[in-house]
Design a protein around this ligand. Structure first.
Ligand SMILES: Cc1cc2nc3c(=O)[nH]c(=O)nc-3n(C[C@H](O)[C@H](O)[C@H](O)COP(=O)(O)OP(=O)(O)OC[C@H]3O[C@@H](n4cnc5c(N)ncnc54)[C@H](O)[C@@H]3O)c2cc1C
Length: 303
């Protein structure tokens, strides 16, 4: 049996009413199925619980890692020391505010929120149906697909800072840009968002959602663990086309490889380590740069 660490002992004393997981395998919390153990993981079930957790992490002088559904993160093989706060499956409220606005908790998946909107005859989230992350993760990085982005529907976002203060940012204050929001520089934890949608017949919305899902299934390697698009779209081009053009489809290091189906994805073929994925990302970026002069930047967050 692994011995309990000093940090684990201290945090269980300070959070006696919380269900804490020790040495939780991060590979079970990421779509890459990669990552060593999290020393301590907690899933707060309310904003109050989250604030309590933040208070305790301040007392212990540790900055928590914030995890959604883990669909855009490459976790380290050695795992994460300290505290990992998992928001997926916590903060799951979902409600209709008025004719055209919905309030969504950060731990709700984008797909669930899109289906909720559709069932209420509200259009605008069709693009998000099929993005496997949470609303919190989607807002944090302004997720988007098929011509839609979070910033198109965002009315406002509730954010808790590391000191436990809750603030509401308008869409303009969120400073969204391509796969980016102010939170990337400033930190802060999304606890919920209000989306502004438009009325449309339910059948029309659902037909569009099915159409986009079919496109995803046809073009993406959804049968293999990945973190979606491995690289950001470079100015004036597409990462997948550049990678393909450089002859790198199928390029493999250890258990990780550029997908044969979609050259913009790096997949875990079998037992890939984070080191394998990092090497594929670096080598692909270098080779594409040599051949085209364009430097690809990872979209996947490398921890
Ligand atoms: C098969 C597949 C297809 C994908 N398709 C798309 C796509 O079409 N478009 C697209 O944009 N993305 C896509 N992605 C990537 C991913 O789903 C999105 O980036 C998603 O928004 C990430 O959400 P998450 O909850 O998984 O975040 P995580 O991966 O858990 O976290 C990502 C980052 O967000 C931060 N974060 C998470 N939750 C919060 C929060 N509540 N508050 C503050 N910070 C937070 C984390 O600290 C981390 O830095 C795809 C991924 C996969 C595996």
């Amino acid at each position: 049996m692994t011995e309990i660490t000093d940090f684990q002992r201290k945090i269980s004393t300070l959070l006696p009413d919380f269900s804490l997981s020790f040495n939780e395998p991060l590979k079970d919390h990421t779509s890459f199925h990669i990552g060593g153990p999290a020393e301590v993981m907690v899933t707060p079930r309310s904003v109050q619980e989250l604030c309590r957790v933040l208070e305790v992490s301040a007392v212990l002088d540790t900055k928590p890692y914030i995890l959604g559904a883990g669909t855009n993160i490459l976790m380290p093989d050695e795992g994460l020391k300290g505290l990992t706060v998992c928001l997926k499956d916590g903060l799951t409220a979902l409600s209709l505010l008025d004719e055209t606005h919905i309030a969504v908790g950060a731990g709700v998946t984008m797909t669930k929120a899109a289906v909720f909107a559709a069932n209420h005859g509200l259009s605008g989230m069709e693009f998000a149906h099929g993005i496997p992350g949470t609303v919190g993760g989607g807002v944090y990085m302004n997720a988007g697909a098929y011509g839609g982005e979070i910033q198109d529907i965002c009315h406002c976002v509730d954010v808790v800072d590391l000191g436990g203060t809750l603030r509401t940012f308008t869409k303009e204050e969120m400073a969204f840009s391509y796969r980016h929001s102010r939170l990337e520089e400033e930190g802060g934890i999304v606890v919920g968002a209000v989306f502004a949608l438009t009325k449309k017949p339910v059948e029309e919305i659902k037909a569009r959602m099915q159409e986009l899902l079919a496109k995803r299934k046809a073009s993406q390697p959804l049968d293999k663990p990945s973190a979606g698009s491995a690289f950001k779209r470079p100015i004036g081009g597409y990462a997948a086309a550049l990678i393909d053009g450089a002859g790198l489809r199928g390029y493999q290091v250890g258990g990780a490889a550029v997908s044969e189906k979609h050259a913009g994805f790096v997949v875990n073929l079998k037992d890939a380590t984070a080191a394998d994925v990092r090497k594929v990302l670096q080598e692909v970026s270098d080779i594409v740069f040599e051949k085209t002069g364009i430097r690809l930047e990872p979209e996947v967050r490398i921890w």
